[in-house]
Design a protein around this ligand. Structure first.
Ligand SMILES: Cc1cc2nc3c(=O)[nH]c(=O)nc-3n(C[C@H](O)[C@H](O)[C@H](O)COP(=O)(O)OP(=O)(O)OC[C@H]3O[C@@H](n4cnc5c(N)ncnc54)[C@H](O)[C@@H]3O)c2cc1C
Length: 417
């Protein structure tokens, strides 16, 4: 196994470092080191800097505002940005660039690309993901949000739920039932729908931490132009799967960096509470270190897949299990270190999003408390742990299939993705 990057890649790394040196202050210690009220404005400005340098979606072709980076260059860019504690995009870009932007480039018509891609990069359109419904989560193809053609427009009625960031988005990519008479996964279309209209009502769902990352989205005669279908009418299942494939994109190769930083914070916390000599804490640190190393090598495996011109398959489920459980366990352990003090100060600092910790997160107990809460959701969204284990059992290990009542479950999405 050769874990060194080719010389040309290392030359590119120097370029990235020079870019960061040029655009970050000399005393820069990461976004998390900024006073709380300066972090949001910094990320907004940083997004503009990346846009101006064609680095906001660096792997996109130059004609669509990218820099045409190879997968390896993209990984190096992510590594260097992580090392300096700066984000690779704005706070709302996950759904917009990584998911729907990539999918529009893949499936979109020339008109759709020319219309939507610049709006995404300029931050004019901010997207959220309308897949899940009250009766469609793991069994996604059971979705029922209805869309019917009325002249030149689709008319949409029904509900989505668990929609992250719907309060800040002005566009939603929504899987809609456009042919109720076809088999479940054949009558679905992938519609691009403006949210700023009277027929769309967003209602926040508050979690046990008092935050509202997720929302219900109700559609009552909402409208979108006829041409706002990505891919074929009734062919949305394939588009939906392409998007899920992008969800497991190049970012997975360096995801471990954020968790490595989280472990450093945990060790620092143990030092602060004078618990580094405690054998039980040392055992926890050894375990967390081992898991970070596993994630690092899983990252290398994903990178190898990309370099071979392929995309990660069902084995991505292994990564999902590792990071989501790690995140829950380390935040629980951090609060245990702090004892009753772990409950003081909750709400002082809100870390914001769900998922992987953001680099530069301040190492405060309040933040660990927030992480403790948001990490609970990690074993549910993007496919629950039980579903991931089913995928690993059946499709990675080749164990006998569980009996399934129907086609079109989340497992089928993973198969196609
Ligand atoms: C914080 C958060 C953010 C989210 N953001 C979004 C978003 O932006 N957009 C969006 O569309 N969705 C979003 N979701 C929804 C998420 O994708 C679903 O919650 C998830 O797919 C599980 O679906 P469900 O909640 O309907 O649970 P269900 O599918 O009803 O599952 C219930 C239980 O049954 C188990 N189960 C289900 N099927 C199987 C099986 N085949 N084998 C074994 N066990 C099984 C599950 O593991 C779970 O324990 C989000 C969810 C959360 C928690």
């Amino acid at each position: 196994m050769d874990l060194t990057y080719p010389a040309a890649a290392e030359t590119f790394r120097e370029k990235v470092r020079a870019f960061l040196d040029e655009h970050l202050p000399s005393n820069w210690e990461g976004v998390g080191a900024l006073p709380r009220d300066q972090r949001g404005p910094f990320v907004e400005e940083w997004r503009k800097t990346l846009r101006a340098a064609s680095l906001l979606a660096p792997h996109w072709p130059a004609e669509y505002g990218g820099s045409g980076l190879t997968n390896l260059e993209h990984v190096i860019l992510n590594e260097e940005f992580a090392a300096r504690g700066v984000p690779t995009a704005g706070s709302n870009d996950g759904f917009s660039i990584s998911m729907v932007g990539n999918t529009i480039l893949h499936w979109g018509t020339e008109e759709q690309r020319n219309h939507f891609i610049p709006r995404i990069l300029d931050g004019v359109d901010v997207w959220c993901q309308g897949y899940s419904e009250p009766n469609a989560g793991s069994d996604l193809a059971n979705l029922g949000l209805k869309a019917e053609l009325d002249g030149d427009e689709w008319v949409i009625n029904g509900q989505k739920t668990w929609t992250s960031a719907a309060t800040t988005a002005n566009m939603i990519f929504a899987l809609c039932r456009t042919d109720p008479d076809s088999p479940k996964h054949k009558g679905i279309s992938f519609l691009l729908v403006p949210m700023d209209q009277p027929g769309v009502d967003v209602r926040p769902i508050f979690d046990m931490g008092g935050q509202s990352h997720v929302n219900e989205v109700f559609f009552e005669d909402a409208r979108t132009p006829r041409e706002n279908v990505l891919g074929e009418v009734n062919g949305g299942w394939a588009v939906a799967n392409t998007l899920l494939g992008f969800e497991r994109g190049v970012g997975a190769t360096v995801q471990y960096l954020a968790f490595e930083k989280e472990l450093e914070n945990f060790i620092e916390l143990a030092r602060r509470y004078d618990r580094l000599g405690d054998p039980a804490v040392r055992q926890q640190i050894a375990k967390f270190h081992t898991v970070v190393e596993v994630m690092r090598y899983r990252g290398y495996q994903v990178l190898t897949t990309f370099l071979a011109g392929d995309r990660p398959g069902p084995e991505s489920s292994i990564n999902k299990l590792w990071w989501s459980v790690f995140h829950q366990e380390i935040s629980s352990a951090a609060l245990a270190l702090a004892g009753p003090g772990g409950q003081i100060g909750f709400g002082e600092e809100t870390r914001g999003g769900i998922g992987a910790p953001s680099l530069g997160t301040p190492n405060t107990i309040a933040n660990w408390m927030n992480t403790f809460f948001v990490a609970r959701a990690g074993t549910i969204y993007a496919g629950s742990s039980e579903v991931q284990k089913g995928i690993i059992g059946e499709r990675v290990l080749g164990l006998p299939k569980e009996p399934r009542a129907d086609e079109g479950s989340w497992r089928d999405t993973q198969r196609l993705g």
